[in-house]
Design a protein around this ligand. Structure first.
Ligand code: HEC
Length: 113
């Protein structure tokens, strides 16, 4: 798990360093970039479908993303899709939560809720 997170961190870092144009991109575009660099290691490239390890995350709220991605927790009362605790935390993505929410809001979750 630790090794997996390090690989993911390295990928995220390289994505940032090549991004002089990030100021001109929309929030959803920036979110897509983070999602495709970091999250699809486990979630599906199509967020409305389950991935290799993680469930469908289409339409995830900002609050859910903040809890899950930064703290490894869930919002109070949220009915989680999985009872496992496999997903690592990504505290360095604190500045990308709004972008991820904007990106994932573009998709409908087809497989249950
Ligand atoms: C190492 C694999 C892995 C990576 C990388 C990963 N996830 Fe996950 N994610 C999971 C797994 C597995 C679950 C199911 C709960 C658990 O086991 O932690 C999950 C659950 C979630 C949930 C909760 C879904 C629900 O409704 O219950 C959200 C939201 C989520 N991930 C978003 C993300 C985002 C956004 C990223 C990228 C920043 C990401 N994940 C990266 C494996 C991963």
């Amino acid at each position: 798990m630790v090794r997996g997170s390090l690989v993911v961190l390295a990928l995220a870092a390289s994505a940032c360093s090549s991004g002089e144009t990030s100021q001109e991109m929309s929030a959803a575009d920036r979110g897509e970039r983070v999602y495709k660099n970091v999250c699809i290691a486990c979630h599906n490239a199509d967020p409305s479908q389950p991935g290799s390890l993680g469930p469908a995350v289409a339409g995830s709220s900002r609050e859910l993303l903040e809890h899950r991605v930064l703290h490894g927790t869930y919002p109070e009362g949220y009915v989680r899709q999985r009872s496992s605790a496999v997903m690592p935390q990504f505290p360095h993505l604190a500045g990308s939560i709004d972008d991820l929410a904007a990106y994932l809001a573009q998709f409908d979750r087809s497989g249950g809720s």
